[in-house]
Design a protein around this ligand. Structure first.
Ligand SMILES: O=C(O)c1ccc(O)c(O)c1
Ligand SMILES: [Mg+2]
Length: 626
């Protein structure tokens, strides 16, 4: 399988793009003409550079407004094509993309266009070049791959073929299975892009909102299955026009692109095993079954305040690590590790971020398979020198330098092997397990993180919701693994004045800002917590008055919610209860939840009031905001 990417897809000048594309593992590049024109190198020097980087120059594009022109305009279109053929000769690139015309004077007629392509094919053949025809979704006369194919078929020239682009087919709602009837050897090139399902003008959508396969809502897998069913064996290439990517980090975007292609082609062969996909076997995505541990790097007074908070939540320090300054806190199936090491991963994250969640342990069916899949998708294995007696638990670096450990049955005894018991037992407040991890990041990083989790664990995403912070918008998207063993929310901040944005600025990068623990009876838990001295986030009376209006609650029930500062939501018959801690170590916090009747959400309706309550506590009274 040869993977490519169009130079328009990522940020930087052409040199930076070439470096990033080669580093991400692509086999080739599509040169977008504007990127070439803006470059100062001669075509030959550029071609040499691209080949020295180990990349094939797969496609030169786009050649516009070619077919269907009358009289002198037609003559000039052929003249233009000849000049670009000269350039392709110097670049050593043998395939040109011709996109369907939007020229005001272009005339319709399948046979007229076919005759133009037959002649272009003749001219290309003389130079050993080929041309591929792509239907733009907004083409004047040709906006559907079926019409483009009919033109190619009637042109009947070996040097003229079809170019398919998933955006143009899926964006217009054309059934991708119509591709299955096209002979694979007449398809010269395949471009891929996904996009979020936002109704808008097709051209604007295409030029600004495309994203990597799997990052949007289009059925790119269905499209690619149809392509592979034709017997197509040419390159598979990303062509992404995206405002965020144009301003992103070239290497990170290229890495995401490569990950998306591996994930896509792996999904294609799993969905349709009869297809031949030339990709080395990789383990299937397997759901994370739960959070095995949460490790917090912390020292000094912040470590003490976290220990105090854990006690008021009903946790006890049950174990101490045999070789590190690391304590284990437990309740139910929840394990929190407090790591005060000055060396190693935890030590270095503390130096950079201060108190932070530096490591997450996930329970999986097979740790080696999970790591193998992560590596095939472009993540790096993570390890650090082991102390005597420590187990080699497999780990990777995820997005943004985060570390994930994977615990399977083979490592279940780590808690007995690596920790000595303190003899303490948790008083308990009914907390059972980790319900979800809430990651905070800049808005621009959200697609990277969602691709990471969905490609590795087969997690599915819910539609993005807006959380209104008094100082700006935060977008939130949830991902959950099949079976619900792992839920993650991604919170993308647009500025640094929101609660999430302030956390991001303080932590110097994306990180877990809060963890939600589940319980089976929120009122019993709240009573226990009150007895343990837990100090909840206070919620205002206005919030409870609105709850009654929204849900017609029984007054006694409402009074119980209010007495404990419990937030409430309902979805049909399903109910949701939330209780928040006050912030610690800057703006980290803990959420306690109960899901009743299969509630699947995260209380999005409550988020603005929770954020406002948190901000009220963090702003000194009477201090006007600057
Ligand atoms: O937006 C465009 O003009 C454009 C150009 C070339 C392509 O391959 C394409 O898919 C879109
Ligand atoms: Mg295209």
């Amino acid at each position: 399988m040869r993977c490519g990417i169009a130079s328009v897809s990522i940020a930087g000048n052409l040199e930076e793009k070439i470096e990033a594309i080669a580093a991400a593992g692509f086999d080739g590049i599509e040169i977008f003409e504007q990127d070439f024109i803006a470059d100062a190198r001669s075509p030959r020097a550029l071609a040499t550079r691209i080949r020295d980087a180990g990349l094939e120059l797969m496609l030169f594009q786009p050649f516009r407004d070619f077919e269907g022109l009358p009289g002198d305009l037609r003559r000039r279109a052929f003249e233009r094509a000849e000049r670009k053929f000269d350039l392709m000769g110097e670049l050593g690139c043998d395939l040109m993309l011709v996109c369907s015309s939007v020229h005001p004077q272009a005339q319709g007629g399948i046979d007229r266009a076919a005759a133009d392509f037959a002649e272009l094919g003749e001219r290309a053949a003389k130079r050993g070049l080929r041309v591929g025809y792509e239907a733009l979704a907004w083409g004047k006369h040709v906006d559907d791959h079926r019409d483009a194919w009919e033109i190619v078929r009637r042109a009947d020239h070996a040097n003229v073929g079809l170019i398919l682009d998933s955006f143009h087919t899926l964006g217009r709602g054309i059934d991708p299975d119509t591709i299955r009837r096209i002979p694979g050897d007449r398809i010269f090139f395949v471009q891929l892009a996904d996009a979020p399902a936002i109704p808008m003008d097709l051209l604007y959508w295409s030029r600004h909102f495309r994203n990597m396969p799997g990052e949007g809502d289009l059925d790119v897998t269905g499209f690619m299955r149809a392509v592979m069913a034709t017997g197509y064996s040419g390159p598979i290439s990303l062509e992404i026009f995206n405002d965020q990517f144009r301003g992103g980090l070239p290497r990170a975007i290229a890495r995401d692109g490569h990950r998306s292609l591996i994930h896509l082609m792996d999904s294609v062969r799993r969905a349709e095993p009869s297809l031949t996909v030339d990709l080395p076997p990789i383990p299937a995505p397997r759901p994370a079954q739960g959070v095995e541990f949460i490790e917090i790097a912390t020292r000094g007074p912040e470590a003490e305040s976290i220990a105090a908070l854990l006690r008021t939540l009903g946790f006890a320090e049950t174990g101490r690590h045999i070789a590190r300054d690391l304590t284990l806190w437990q309740q139910g199936a929840i394990r929190v590790l407090l790591n005060a090491e000055t060396q190693g991963h935890a030590g270095s994250t503390f130096t950079v971020h201060r108190t932070n969640i530096c490591d997450i342990g996930l329970r999986v069916a097979s740790a080696p398979d999970t790591v193998a899949r992560a590596i095939a998708l472009g993540s790096e294995a993570f390890s650090q020198p082991r102390q005597a007696g420590e187990l080699p638990i497999p780990a990777i670096r995820g997005v943004g330098g985060s570390v994930l450990h994977f615990v399977d049955d083979g490592f279940s005894d780590v808690w007995q092997v690596e920790f000595t018991r303190t003899g303490n037992t948790a008083p308990g407040a009914g907390l059972t397990r980790v319900d979800h991890l809430a990651l905070t990041m800049s808005y621009d990083e959200m697609l990277s993180w969602s691709l990471f989790y969905s490609s590795l664990f087969g997690m599915t995403k819910t539609p993005m919701v807006d959380v209104i912070d008094p100082d700006g918008l935060v977008r939130s998207q949830a991902l959950s693994a099949p079976g619900g063993g792992l839920r993650v929310t991604l919170n993308g901040a647009e500025n640094h004045r929101t609660l999430a944005g302030g956390f991001l600025a303080d932590s110097f990068g994306a990180a877990v800002q809060h963890v939600a623990f589940a319980c089976d009876d929120i009122f019993a838990t709240a009573e226990r917590l009150a007895g343990l001295g837990f100090d909840p986030l206070p919620m205002p009376g206005n919030y409870y008055a609105d709850l009654t209006a929204r849900f017609e609650l029984d007054p006694a029930f409402l009074a119980r919610l209010q007495a404990h500062n419990i937030l409430y939501d309902r979805d049909g018959e399903a109910e949701f209860f939330q209780l928040y801690s006050r912030n610690f170590a800057g703006s980290m916090f803990i959420e306690l939840i109960e899901r009743r009747g299969g509630y699947q959400g995260y209380g999005a309706a409550n988020a603005p009031f929770r954020v406002a309550a948190q901000k009220r506590l963090s702003r000194p009274k009477g201090m006007p905001r600057l």
